[in-house]
Design a protein around this ligand. Structure first.
Ligand SMILES: NC(=O)C1=CN([C@@H]2O[C@H](COP(=O)(O)OP(=O)(O)OC[C@H]3O[C@@H](n4cnc5c(N)ncnc54)[C@H](O)[C@@H]3O)[C@@H](O)[C@H]2O)C=CC1
Ligand SMILES: N[C@@H](CC=O)C(=O)O
Length: 801
């Protein structure tokens, strides 16, 4: 057995009999594979009791006696419960509590060497814990011996936060432990001065002791047993969704700790920084989990991602001329130690104000001289109080600043604007300053960004009919290394279904009908409050109610993609508002499928305009349903039958009267006109409707039932065209700011007369394409091509991020 493993049990890992039993089990397993050395903290709550004792005045002896009695009883009864109650074990424990009583009531020590007296009192916690645990291990056939480190860990006399004398400590520990043939159960946290007065090592002192021992014994592995899952992406009290990090490097830990992470103190790493020691942080509540592995060389992996929240801070600005004097004030050695992020100053130029961020308590100490300085310069010092820093760490910042931009965009979309952004060059870290509640929200959002697959896009899909249903299928089938989709919610006009982990086509068939009733206010609320970092709302309903909600989604930082032509063809002011909202919130509104379904009509026109071309005329066929109907008439199918099949095939609008009335084509031409910058309304268009006058006032069902009454009319019409070697087409034209739409009889062998199926053809005449127009032609309706076009819009948004 050539390996040496150090197991450090924190107070929570020894909090009661069941936890101690669990720790015994860990030791039993470990000692089968390696030489095992144990380091213990005081049992949970004991250090706090000892501190309370040290603050009780001797005149209140009753109170002190109560604590002394409880501490002794707590330890001895645990010893009995755990089967370690030999006479010798009791005597050793009782001797410690006798010592505690004697030190506590030693008036000379208390008054003359108060700090040393207090450290001596505190040391009893670890010493009692080591005796207790060693006794229990021995009773369970794991021969053990308590080792009190005040004899071996040598320090200076900074009581409360003593500094190690490294060489001497290493030598003494090595001498004491190297040839021990029993399991050493060693006290963490304590040492002693050269004059043998007990000292304590400050915050995370027991982890530090464990590292000193690992160094002295050239240990291979160290386990820190504590009450959290390992090193997490954030403090779970602030970010409940914080995740455990699987592995980190020593350098990662040092960087995290310098900016507020609490699990491992950087001084723990110091003694073993150059060694090959592996450290595992594990949770005593969940011993089956593997925790976080920390070692020297994990430097370049992607695991390093975390958030810490520090504060509270004060923020103020002063003219640059005053900054040097304030910096001198901050340099005073007698100021309270406010940690590595106690204060920071940003000075961009002599002409810009200097910005100061400092811990509240530091400002409180300096407030008077600061105000005095400001008065002298006749400046009103306006301070913002109680701000918190959200520090973000990620390996992504090694390559570029893209993560900073993405995070800022994400926060901006959620209405969070930091007071100050601090980014150090060549560091994997940046910080943002917020008021407390905003800092909490920002930390949760950034955590979601860091832990989720950063390529993931969350989608809410409204409308799961012809287009929406097919889209869900395409999303299910979609595979890419760069992008992944997560459909968090779907709805139809009656039901809504949510699942953070993703919905699929099968859920539509099996689960949607069991979902909640569709409630649009609830959907908006849920999407607005959700911590999804990159959300797209897809409207495939064709509903006016839904199209009127886009400003709410854009306002909440949610992108909108839609095949519905409604929103772009409501009043002009609504069209303008959507664009203003999207731009203000840094989100996208995409609707390529509004004209020609999957054909790239809108994007082509915008590309031409962007490159300086001038559009002179747009004309042709942009209704797939109409082409289909006239093609069917050519074959001798009745008009009413063709309409019904067009609906079944998913070409026609949710209400086919929108196709037949020309409204669908009108909306398409109006959208194109507005893309060209024309300010037109629906009433400005000249549109020929195919709805027979007597059927105009009927509801949808009665209309479809009575449509066959007009089959003969359409047959005659088509026959007449055929007699001239012509056919019917429903065409539209935008020229000189005017839109005209209607039925035309065209030569069968003309390009438009040749259209088949759901064929669309749009001719673009422009300054550059004046003689020979640019033509975009292809299927212009149908669930497949439209859903694919919607997916393309979604992909464009993911690429813009
Ligand atoms: N079918 C096609 O070829 C093309 C369709 N479009 C557009 O796509 C949209 C959808 O068309 P289809 O899928 O064919 O329609 P559809 O009638 O097959 O499906 C509509 C879906 O929206 C749901 N819905 C309706 N009102 C709702 C409301 N207020 N709240 C929640 N859900 C609601 C319905 O329950 C249904 O699931 C329409 O705006 C249409 O103009 C655009 C281009 C081509
Ligand atoms: N009903 C429309 C669908 C596409 O926009 C059409 O037939 O063109």
């Amino acid at each position: 057995m050539s390996q040496t493993h150090i197991l450090k049990f924190g107070g929570t890992s020894l909090q009661d009999a069941s936890f101690i039993n669990r720790a015994v089990q860990v030791v039993k397993e470990k000692s089968k594979e390696a030489r095992t050395v144990i380091v213990v903290s005081a049992i949970s709550g004991v250090t706090e009791r000892l501190l309370a004792l040290s603050n009780i005045s001797p005149s209140k002896a009753d109170k002190a006696n109560k604590i002394l009695k409880e501490l002794r009883k707590g330890h001895t009864s645990l010893l009995t419960r755990l089967g370690g109650s030999t006479k010798e074990n009791f005597e050793q424990l009782n001797a410690l509590f006798d010592e505690l009583r004697a030190v506590y009531f030693n008036e000379d020590l208390r008054t003359e060497k108060h700090k040393a007296w207090r450290d001596h009192i505190l040391s009893i916690g670890e010493r009692a814990s080591a005796h207790l645990f060693a006794s229990v291990l021995s009773a369970r056939q794991l021969p053990s011996v308590p080792v009190e480190t005040q004899h071996y860990v040598k320090t200076d006399n900074t009581f409360g936060e003593a500094n190690i004398i490294p060489g001497l400590t290493r030598e003494l520990l090595n001498e004491a432990l190297q040839s021990l043939d029993k399991i050493a159960v060693i006290t963490g946290f304590i040492g002693s001065t050269q004059q043998h007065e007990i000292t304590t090592l400050g915050r995370s002192g027991s982890d530090y002791t464990a590292a000193l021992i690992a160094d002295a014994l050239n240990a291979d592995h160290m386990e820190i047993w504590t009450d959290v899952d390992g090193v997490l992406t954030a403090d779970p009290k602030i970010v409940p969704e914080a995740r455990n990090l699987e592995y980190l490097s020593f350098e990662d830990i040092a960087e995290l700790s310098a900016h507020g992470a609490k699990v491992i103190h950087p001084k723990t790493i110091n003694p073993v920084r150059k060694s090959d020691l592996t450290i595992r942080v594990r949770n005593s509540y969940k011993p089956e989990q593997s925790g976080t592995l920390i070692r020297r060389e994990h430097q370049t992996n992607g695991e390093f991602r975390s958030i810490t929240v520090t504060g509270p801070f004060i923020y103020f600005e002063v003219p640059d001329s005053l900054a040097s004097e304030i910096s001198r004030l901050l340099d005073q050695p007698e100021l309270p130690d406010s940690g590595s992020d106690g204060f920071s100053i940003s000075r961009t130029s002599r002409f810009e104000p200097a910005q100061f961020v400092m811990k509240n308590e530091l400002y409180d100490t300096l407030e008077k001289p600061l105000q005095e300085l400001a008065r002298r310069e006749d400046i009103e010092l306006s301070v913002s109080r109680d701000l918190f820093r959200v520090n973000t760490f990620t390996n992504k910042l090694k390559e570029s600043d893209r993560a900073v931009t993405q995070i800022l965009q994400l926060l901006h979309r959620k209405g969070l604007r930091p007071r100050r952004i601090h980014r150090e060059n060549n560091r994997r870290y940046f910080s943002l300053l917020f008021p407390e509640e905003q800092a909490r929200r920002a930390a949760n959002l950034i955590n979601e960004y860091l832990i989720s697959d950063s390529n993931r896009t969350d989608i809410f899909l409204a409308g799961v009919g012809a287009v929406g249903g097919k889209l869900l299928e395409l999303i299910d089938e979609f595979e890419s290394k760069e992008v992944s989709f997560n459909v968090v919610g779907i709805c139809n006009s009656t039901h809504t279904l949510w699942n953070n982990r993703g919905l699929h086509k099968r859920d539509l068939e099996e689960q949607l009908a069991k979902g909640n009733e569709t409630d649009w206010q609830e959907i908006i609320q849920k999407l607005t409050d959700g911590d999804w970092h990159h959300t797209i709302f897809v409207d495939a309903t064709g509903s006016e109610e839904v199209a009127r909600l886009y400003p709410d989604f854009l306002e909440a930082g949610i992108h909108v993609v839609t095949p519905s032509k409604l929103a772009n063809t409501f009043e002009q002011s609504y069209y303008d508002r959507l664009r203003e909202k999207a731009s203000a919130k840094g989100v996208s509104f995409r609707y390529e499928t509004n004209v020609g379904a999957g054909l790239p009509i809108i994007s082509t026109i915008n590309d031409l305009l962007e490159s300086g071309d001038k559009i002179l005329e747009l004309s042709g066929v942009v209704s797939g349903t109409m082409t289909y109907l006239f093609n069917e008439l050519e074959k001798g199918v009745s008009f009413s039958e063709a309409v019904s099949v067009a609906k079944q095939k998913g070409y026609a609008e949710p209400d086919p009267r929108d196709d037949l009335s020309g409204e669908d084509v009108a909306r398409k031409f109006l959208t194109l006109a507005r893309e060209l910058g024309l300010q037109l309304e629906m009433e400005d268009l000249q549109v020929e409707s195919l709805i027979p006058e007597p059927l105009k006032e009927l509801d949808r069902e009665s209309f479809l039932e009575r449509l066959s009454e007009f089959d003969e009319y359409w047959k005659e019409h088509m026959d007449e065209a055929a007699s001239k070697d012509e056919t019917l087409r429903y065409t539209g034209k935008l020229k000189d700011g005017k839109i005209t739409i209607g039925v035309e009889s065209l030569p069968l062998n003309s390009p438009l007369g040749q259209l088949k199926g759901t064929g669309n053809m749009l001719r673009i005449f422009s300054s550059r394409y004046a003689e020979t127009p640019m033509i975009i032609q292809g299927a212009g309706a149908g669930r497949e091509v439209t859903a694919a076009g919607v997916l393309n819009d979604i992909l464009k948004i993911t690429k813009e991020q």
